[in-house]
Design a protein around this ligand. Sequence first.
Ligand code: AMP
Ligand code: MN
Ligand code: MN
Ligand code: MN
Length: 296
Amino acid sequence: MALSGPYYSVQIVLIDFHTHTSASDGALDPCELVARAQASNIAQLAITDHDTMVGYEAAEAYHRQRPGGMQLIPGIELSCRWSATTIHVLGLGIDRRHPAMCHALEVMSAARAERAVKIAGRLAARGFDGALEGALAQAGDSQIGRPHFAAWMVEQGHVDDLNQAFDRYLGQGKTGDVKAFWPELAEVVGWIVASGGVAAIAHPLKYGFTGMKLRRLIECFVAAGGSGIELVSGRQTRDQVEHLARLARDYDLEVSLGSDFHSDAPYGADLGVESSTARGGLRGVWERWPSAGQGA
Ligand code: AMP
Ligand code: MN
Ligand code: MN
Ligand code: MN
C-alpha cells in the first residue's frame, strides 16, 4: 500500500543484513534474534556472525517453523587481512554447504582458536594469567573472540568495563590485537563468491583509513571479485552515508544495510534499517532476494 485516504501513508520497509547472535559475540541466541526481528517487522534479515554459521543454522531451523513473512538470508562476517589491518567482509546469500564455505569455516575456526592462544600469551606477558581458560569459559559454545577476553578481564576486576578492556589491551594496535592468523582479503572474497554469495565490505569507515586508502581497499576488493559495500552499518551520520554512497557509485558496487546489532548496548543500533536509505539509483544487495521486501 503506497497511499490511503486523503493522507499519505508511506510504507517503510525495514531490512537488516548485519546482525550477531550468541554463536559469536551477540547477546541473543539465534531464535531470540529471529523472534525479535519478526516482532520489529523486519522484512529481510541476514545473520552475520563472526566466522561461524552455527547461529544461522539454529535460526534457520527455528524460522522454517514460523517464517511469519520475514525472509532469512544466510550470512557471515569473515575476518581477513589487508595492508596490516583486520578487515571484515560480509558474505550474504552464501551456500554454507558449498565446499569453499566448508573450507572457509574450518580455516576460520582454527584461526580463532590459535589466535586465542596467542592473545592469552600476550596478556600473560602483561601479568594477566589464566586468560585462555577464562575467555574460553566466557565463550562457552560461541566462536571465541576478543569480546570474550574483555568479558573475562571485567569479571576478574582487571578493568572496569568492556570498553576499558579494548582501550587498554585488546583494541586496534594494543597488545591483544592479533591479526596474524587471518587469511588475506582476496582469499576470503574468493570463498564467498565461490559459494554463491555476494561479498560486501563491512563498516568501511571503521578502519581509520584515509579516503585514498579506502579507495585502494575497494580496488583490491573488486579485483578479488567483491561487489558490495555497507552503506549503513549501525549508527552513522548523514555525511558518512553520502560518502559511502559516492564510493558505491564510483565503483559500481551494490549496497548493503545493517545494524551490526550485538546487544541492547547504549552505543549500538537497534535492529532494522529503512531500505529507502539507499536512494538515487543505488542497487541494494537485497534485490537479489526479491520474494520479500520491496514491491512484494
Ligand atoms: P574479534 O572478532 O575477536 O576480532 O573481536 C572484534 C569484536 O569486538 C567486534 O566485532 C566488536 O563486536 C567488539 N569490539 C570491538 N571494539 C570494541 C569496544 N571498544 N568495546 C566493545 N566491543 C568492541
Ligand atoms: Mn562483534
Ligand atoms: Mn565487524
Ligand atoms: Mn559485525
